[in-house]
Design a binder for this molecule. Structure first.
Ligand code: ZN
Length: 113
């Protein structure tokens, strides 16, 4: 389950922030998860609480911000919605697509004490 490794590095980022910005507790974490990021939001929630246990973010709320997928279609010369990375352009059926949104996995915001 690669979500576990992702959550571990997320906790590392949070702990580094805590040292730099001198906060002692995290109340909530907002995490952007793109539809094309190959990350299971519920698995992230589960892993985060497992990894955060006993640490600075142990009691933090884990808020998921879903980002839908989008791509630039070279044939249509426009941005089109994309549900899966391997999906064709919904307009022309072509595969000349460049993903422009939906592959993110990042901490958007922290609410801290
Ligand atoms: Zn197209």
């Amino acid at each position: 389950m690669h979500e576990m490794a992702l959550c571990e590095s997320m906790i590392e980022i949070i702990e580094r922030e805590a040292r730099d910005q001198h906060f002692a507790r995290v109340r909530a974490v907002w995490v952007e998860i793109g539809a094309l990021s190959h990350v299971e939001p519920e698995a992230m929630r589960f892993c985060f609480s497992a990894v955060a246990h006993g640490g600075i973010a142990a009691d933090a709320r884990f808020e998921i911000v879903s980002v839908s997928g989008a791509a630039w279609c070279m044939s249509c010369s426009k941005t089109v919605p994309l549900a899966q990375r391997s999906a064709p352009c919904p307009d022309c059926g072509g595969y000349q697509l460049q993903v422009t949104a939906g592959d993110e996995l990042r901490i958007k915001e922290l609410e801290v004490d």
